[in-house]
Write a protein that binds this ligand. Structure first.
Ligand code: 48F
Length: 260
């Protein structure tokens, strides 16, 4: 015999336990695209407490869309070991080009991140940041549905030692920080420079250099990193996104270890 209200109680009780437990963490990652998910994987693998807020119902960002909805992704030699680590099938196309299923990559990566212990909240977005003593110490969150419906709903806050902006092309966290507090980011202009037109070769190269801290305790990875520092966009080649997430995780992990 199944009781409908018991089903509801099970969902509500377990969700609220997790959301309450997630109000304080080591790292908040804004955005569950390939870069944010990869960062979440490596930080959780190291044993850090990681919370991911993703605006949409379906995590993955631009990953499942492949290139123009042809749901394949291309990755280069350098990032193949990551897909191998996760057991994602890759097919050799030409020297330095491998193809993977966009859907398999998303499904497996998501599963790996959750199994490593990261807490992912879909349908919640970061609308603002917490800045105390000139450093980032958390984000202001709200239901995406309230935003889409245009409802006037005040947000809540979540605290963390570090925040990672993995929000893709819009670099939303860097932008909101710059716009609202006038904070000087660690860029040549002190502001978000904005991404340059498509060039996979240049964009993938510069991406790892752009993956870094942009304000005390705020890091940026993935397409947001090139948007912040004025790097090229690069379309459906995803190796750089994964490597950027991995690099951000390594940098933040080092900081967390040295502060403990
Ligand atoms: O856009 P997205 O996939 O960014 P990424 O991980 O990867 C970029 C590639 O998809 C592609 C590319 C490949 O070469 O150029 O574009 O850098 O994922 C970003 C995620 O962040 C979510 C958004 O819904 C998406 O799933 N997001 C954006 N703003 C917020 C957010 C926010 N303020 N709070 C929470 N989630």
């Amino acid at each position: 015999m199944l009781d409908d209200v018991t089903i509801s109680r099970a969902i509500i009780e377990s969700y609220y336990k997790e959301v309450l437990d997630s109000l304080e963490s080591d790292v908040i990652i804004c955005g569950a695209g390939p870069a944010g998910l990869c960062a979440a994987y490596f930080l959780s693998k190291e044993g850090f407490k990681v919370v991911v807020f993703e605006r949409t119902l379906r995590p993955g960002g631009g990953l499942p869309g492949g290139g123009m909805m042809f749901n394949k992704i291309v990755i280069q030699e350098e990032s193949k070991p990551l897909l191998d680590e996760w057991g994602i099938k890759t097919t050799h196309y030409k020297d330095n080009y491998y193809i993977a299923s966009a859907l398999e990559t998303l499904g497996v990566l998501l599963s790996q991140v959750i199994k490593k212990g990261a807490q992912i909240f879909n349908c919640i977005y970061a609308e603002d940041v917490l800045v105390y003593d000139n450093k980032i110490c958390g984000v202001v969150i709200n239901w995406s549905a309230a935003d889409i419906a245009g409802l006037h709903v005040d947000p809540l806050t979540a605290r963390s030692k570090f925040v990672l902006d993995a929000t893709g092309h819009a670099a939303e966290i860097a932008n909101v920080l710059s716009r609202k507090s006038g904070a000087k980011l660690f860029t040549s202009t002190g502001q978000v420079i904005g991404e340059k037109p498509m060039c996979a070769e240049k964009g993938e190269k510069i991406l790892l250099i752009n993956t870094k801290e942009i304000f005390p305790h705020l890091y940026v990875c993935g397409m947001a990193a090139n948007a912040v520092f004025g790097g090229q966009r690069m379309g459906p080649i995803f190796g750089g996104m994964l490597l950027s997430g991995q690099k951000a995780a390594q940098m933040i992990a080092e900081r967390l270890r040295s502060s403990s």
